[in-house]
Write a protein that binds this ligand. Structure first.
Ligand code: SAH
Length: 354
């Protein structure tokens, strides 16, 4: 997959060993690397001035060679219903991305974007309407979490990579992000509390299974036959359900982690009795969890949300086959609009103002 091009490496994307090497290159003692890592990933510093135990000369050199840049919050919406917060962040090059903070009883969760825009083209999704602008660096994914933790003043304990973008289309940066955010010397978020959602890039799913990570893999399934899936997700033209489910099975075999299947219910498209039956046949006995998501209508798209009764019937039918199913609790219903819409509105307005 494509690597990000950038003029300078972002120092916040570096592993502890790499920082150590940089310090030695700069003529410093290796332990400076560990100090710097702690400032960047534990104390979440936004400037070198704060790094009081580093020599002034080193801070100066770092400032010149590796300017620090964290995403800047340019808009925030807070739900009156449940406190969910949606942030719009501006990156150093002017790209904007969305992140969401949600409070659950088991802790605070952040939904992180992995790309500005997306090129996967799912028919119901707002993030893909304007295509891919660029992939995010590891530090820009971390930056969303770090800024939100500072803005809310509360610890983040769960991360779902389910914002804009296809995480496995930004593979190297994603892995770096996952390792850094779970590093004991950093925020130390348990890998079991990290979820990566993919539309189903099969080769990268196999690759991910070999990384030795304990994260949860979520697959956006959304249909129970290739024919229907192709209507919703262009990626289904590249990989069949059999191939995608094979990659899921392999992920479970290699990691012991159950797969989460996401299934967005769109009225009259994939929410019928036969769909539930077919899905049951497909998944019965699979070590998995199914998450039903009543679709969020996007104004540029024709899909409508399934009625409550359809959703519950769908759930019952799967449960009868012994499948573990939940209906995604709606968070921030009053600030919502589908994912990606805050960004889209911001960008459309910017265009108008030019
Ligand atoms: N590219 C990744 C992750 C981003 S989207 C993926 O495809 O999984 C996170 C989840 O939200 C995916 O399951 C995606 O299909 C779903 N989604 C996108 N737009 C939606 C909408 N309008 N309503 C409901 N779910 C949506």
């Amino acid at each position: 997959m494509r690597e990000n091009r950038m003029e300078q490496p972002d120092i916040r994307s570096m592993y502890p060993e790499e920082l150590k090497e940089r310090m030695v290159q700069l003529g410093e003692k290796p332990f400076r690397g560990a100090q710097l890592f702690s400032w960047l990933h534990q104390k979440l510093a936004d400037s070198y001035d704060q790094m009081s135990d580093l020599p002034a000369g080193l801070r100066q050199k770092l400032e010149e060679q590796y300017p620090l840049r964290l995403p800047e919050a340019v808009d925030a919406q807070i739900s009156k219903l449940d406190g969910t917060r949606k942030y719009l962040f501006r990156l150093y090059d002017g790209n904007v991305i969305e992140s969401v903070w949600m409070r659950y009883h088991h802790g605070n969760s952040v939904c992180v974007s992995s790309q500005a825009g997306c090129r996967m083209g799912c028919r119901f999704c707002a993030s893909t309407l304007d295509g891919l602008s660029r992939s995010l660096q590891a530090s820009e994914m971390l930056g969303q979490v770090y800024q939100i933790q500072k803005l809310t003043g509360e610890r983040v304990s769960n991360i779902v990579v389910m914002g804009s973008g296809e995480p496995l289309d930004n593979y190297e940066n994603l892995i770096r992000f996952l390792k850094l955010v779970s590093a004991p010397e950093g925020l130390n978020i348990s890998q079991r509390s990290l979820t990566v959602s993919t539309c189903g890039l099969v080769p990268e799913m196999y690759r991910l299974a070999e990384e030795g990570l304990q994260i949860t893999l979520a697959l956006s399934l959304h249909a129970s036959s290739d024919e229907k899936r192709k209507k919703l997700m262009p990626i289904a033209n590249r990989y069949s359900l059999e191939q995608v489910l094979g990659a899921c099975r392999n992920y479970f075999d290699k990691t012991g982690r159950r797969i989460t299947f996401e299934y967005a219910l769109a009225a009259g498209e994939n929410d019928g009795e036969e769909d539930a039956g077919e899905l049951g046949d497909l998944l019965a006995g699979f070590p998995c969890h199914v998450n039903l998501i009543p679709i969020n209508p996007v104004k540029e798209r024709k899909f409508r949300r399934s009625g409550k009764k359809m959703v519950v019937n769908f759930q019952n039918k799967l449960e009868k086959r012994g499948i573990n199913v939940t209906i995604r609790r709606e968070m921030g219903g009053d600030i919502d609009g589908a994912c990606g819409q805050l960004r889209k509105r911001f960008m459309d307005n910017q265009e108008k103002n030019l």
